[in-house]
Design a protein. Structure first.
Length: 194
């Protein structure tokens, strides 16, 4: 039995066609065969993953694993409703796609049947909750919440000491717009008055 007949694929891993060359002379043909056998699933042209066994049948790999492979290891950050809703500022949106900031690509991509909205933008290496507040304020229309509602809720949470005020200012100055930075200053001032 040759190595190409039964390559040792690890569950939950991604593979590019070139990675399969170690198991055969024609990695593209090997990839097609492994897809037919159900041992690999295609993410996009030339990129595959091995399903993760579960009691409900083969499960896809995590978004982070797919994105790391698709972006060739370039930095990325998943944002959007799951992060924004957790801030407790009134956002309750749900997307059918995942918002991903990265340093490489912009566009809508379908990977392994899931839709990702990639935006090539500047983002912190280790985002803080205060950064996600700025991100939500910048994208309030995507979150389906009025800026006035976010403002009211931000003032209320500032009064309770929920945010690091200096870090919030820093995130607004570094990653926000002048309008967002001014709004945050207004919220901080209002929270301090009462």
């Amino acid at each position: 039995m040759t190595a190409a007949a039964h390559p040792e694929l690890r569950a939950g891993q991604t593979y590019r066609t070139r990675d399969l060359a170690r198991w055969g002379r024609n990695p593209a043909r090997l990839a097609r065969r492994l897809v037919r056998e159900g041992r690999l699933r295609e993410v996009t042209h030339g990129l595959y993953y091995t399903p993760v066994p579960s009691k409900f049948g083969p499960a896809p790999v995590a978004d982070e694993v797919l994105l790391r492979a698709f972006l060739d290891g370039e930095p990325f950050l998943i944002s959007g409703p799951p992060r924004w809703n957790a801030l407790g500022l009134g956002a309750t949106a749900m997307f059918a796609s995942t918002l991903v900031y990265n340093t490489r690509r912009t566009g809508d991509f379908t990977l392994a049947g899931r839709t990702f909205v990639l935006r090539r933008v500047y983002f912190p290496e280790a985002p803080t909750p205060e950064w996600f507040v700025v991100d939500l304020l910048k994208h309030h229309d995507m979150a389906g919440v009025a800026l006035s509602e976010l403002r009211t809720n931000l003032v209320a949470t500032l009064r309770f000491g929920r945010w690091d005020v200096e870090r919030l200012r820093e995130m607004a100055a570094t990653y926000g717009t002048k309008t967002i930075a001014a709004l945050i200053e207004e919220c901080i001032a209002e929270a301090d008055r009462t």
